[in-house]
Design a protein around this ligand. Sequence first.
Ligand code: IMP
Ligand code: MG
Length: 180
Amino acid sequence: MNMLEQAVKNVIIDENRLKLIISELGRKISEDYKDKNLLLVSVLKGSVVFMADLMRAIKIPCSVDFMCVSSYGNGVKTSGVVKIVKDIDINLKGYDLLIVEDILDSGLTLSYLEEILSARNPASIKICTLLDKPSRHMTDIKPDYVGAVVPDVFIIGYGLDYDEKYRNLPYVAEIDEKYI
Ligand code: IMP
Ligand code: MG
């Protein structure tokens, strides 16, 4: 066991299953957007690993951009207040926007993002999240593409952090409470 793996209580989605999930998402998105002008917008930092794999599983031409938001604080619970740390560069007019997120928890981050991005008049706007914790939703947000539904435990790895660490674990795991 390496130093990173010591914080893992159990593996929720291993690398092989992640590959299958992402190639299926890529296949669906390629089909749905084949006559559209797809722009993937990744929400940093959590979705960076997912974005890197998802964009290569998409088999139609598309554009990519990045946005960095953070909820205030660095603990395990979202504060509901979201700060735009870095905005996208592309003008959204004429683009079919697909927001790429790591995890949908309370939904507060995504509802806020959806609101400010739809005000910029893209041709369409949809949400793709790798993970969904439906039991925790506090808004009526409905993701259009979901990789996997996960239980209400604190998740690390494959981009997801606890206090800015463990993003580099290559799979999705539950953190050992000792490390919180
Ligand atoms: P929401 O606004 O509550 O839906 O959560 C937004 C952000 O909180 C996500 O994009 C993640 O960065 C973070 N987050 C929520 N749940 C977890 C988790 O279980 N592990 C790591 N980060 C999480
Ligand atoms: Mg985070």
